[in-house]
Design a protein. Structure first.
Length: 416
């Protein structure tokens, strides 16, 4: 698509799991209007987005441009088989998260019960520093190939010497630089780019997005990758607004809760040198709509459930406690779910649970909430939840105007 169009509008669109939001800017980059459309699950999200552009927003290809990102259907799903859990599995998880994709499962072949593993878009195989191939390496690949995983594409980011024989086991595998340098340091940049552009390069056939790809001036990247770009720019003081540091950013949506944080907040790095200036962890079970049941199950079994209820329902703690434990959830509304996502994510990172870094929340200056929850949460409740999680002096901010997402979309560049 050409960039030398007559003066028109730029429409930024986020294809979410439950809503499609847009913001329109004129040629001076002034926002003129914005709005939301509920997802129509009877048609592909790309087709719905195309209809919105043409029928609702009066989009004209000769005059206007569109920038589109997507977190529809929970995002790109990745499974990781690593030689060791301590190093290569952790490094691979970091790269996948940084690319805006989601880790559904990760570990050594012995860790992973293949019969219970969910189907993934990408199977990522990683492990070992660069050295000569041994018979054990052949057997390792043989065992992985014999295992019953369901995937679309195999990526290999392990020992460079193994790349010559990987096609013998996975004929269509894509090999990239070893994610682990010989000194055991993290080396994930190439892998991040490959995963981030998986849809663009047709590594994964995403029929849902097919109808809208050609209408976007820029590649249709995962929404988490857009937010991560913005987080990095904010921390580097390269945006139109400033925030205190250290900052934790929570993007709470319909399907997932994504947490972005700096390496200075990590209390332990599980023996790795993978502390990055920008890190991401995705809670695939914590969401306001798509993940509602899984969120409430986790909340009902949380050790600190009573403390949470004392904040949000101080006059009926026992009643709500019993209702949650008995799976009586008819009374639950979206405001409660949004605050539950906030609470569960911070509780997990405080304790380093579910494979996440253990964060020193007391060092955090700001926790900023973006996504759908920025329109739903009670600020006083979130401040009290922070205190429960050991961050008494941390300030809560709401990105209720989606300025962080806008900053990320502004950073998107059109192809040459």
């Amino acid at each position: 698509m050409k960039n030398d169009k007559p003066l028109g509008s730029t429409i930024c669109i986020d294809l979410g799991s439950t809503v499609i939001k847009y913001m329109r800017f004129d040629h001076t980059q002034t926002m003129t209007d914005a709005g939301y459309f509920g997802r129509d699950y009877t048609i592909p999200v790309g087709l719905q987005a195309q209809k919105i552009l043409d029928d609702e927003l009066g989009f004209t290809d000769e005059r206007d441009v569109a920038k589109i990102c997507s977190s529809a259907n929970g995002g790109l799903k990745v499974g990781i088989i690593a030689y060791t859990k301590r190093y290569s599995a952790n490094y691979a998880s970091l790269a996948v998260m940084s690319a805006g994709a989601n880790v559904l499962w990760a570990g050594t072949l012995a860790d992973v019960a293949t019969g219970t593993c969910k189907a993934v878009d990408l199977l990522l195989i990683v492990g070992k520093t660069n050295h000569a191939i041994s018979e054990h390496d052949h057997q390792w690949l043989t065992n992985i190939a014999a295992a019953r995983f369901s995937y679309s594409t195999v990526l290999f980011a392990g020992n460079t010497a193994l790349q010559t024989i990987v096609p013998d086991y996975f004929p269509k595998a894509i090999c990239v630089e070893n994610i682990m340098q010989d000194n055991l340091r993290y080396n994930g940049d190439e892998l991040i780019n490959i995963i981030r552009n998986a849809y663009i390069n047709d590594l994964v056939q995403e029929d849902e997005l097919h109808a809208i790809k050609t209408r976007s001036l820029t590649p249709v990247l995962p929404t988490p990758a857009i937010v991560e770009k913005a987080y990095g720019a904010i921390m580097a003081q390269q945006t139109d607004f400033c925030m205190l540091s250290p900052m934790v950013l929570l993007d709470i949506g319909g399907a997932t809760t994504d947490m972005y944080y700096g390496g200075e907040l990590i209390a332990d790095n599980t023996g790795c040198s993978s502390q990055s200036s920008t890190n991401r962890h995705v809670y695939t079970n914590y969401g306001i709509a798509v993940s509602r049941e899984r969120l409430l199950e986790a909340l009902a079994n949380c050790n600190d459930l009573t403390l949470f209820l004392q904040v949000v329902f101080p006059d009926s703690v026992e009643e709500k406690y019993m209702a949650l434990r008995d799976r009586n959830w008819e009374w639950v509304n979206n405001d409660f779910l949004a605050e539950a996502c906030f609470f569960m994510a911070l509780s997990d990172c405080r304790n380093g649970e579910r494979g996440q870094h253990h964060l020193q929340l007391a060092k955090t200056a700001v926790v900023c909430v973006t996504g759908g929850a920025s329109q739903l949460c009670n600020k006083d409740n979130l401040q009290s939840i922070l205190a429960i999680c050991g961050a008494q002096n941390t300030r809560v901010l709401f990105d209720s105007e989606y300025r962080i997402w806008i900053e990320g979309m502004k950073l998107l560049q059109s192809p040459e």
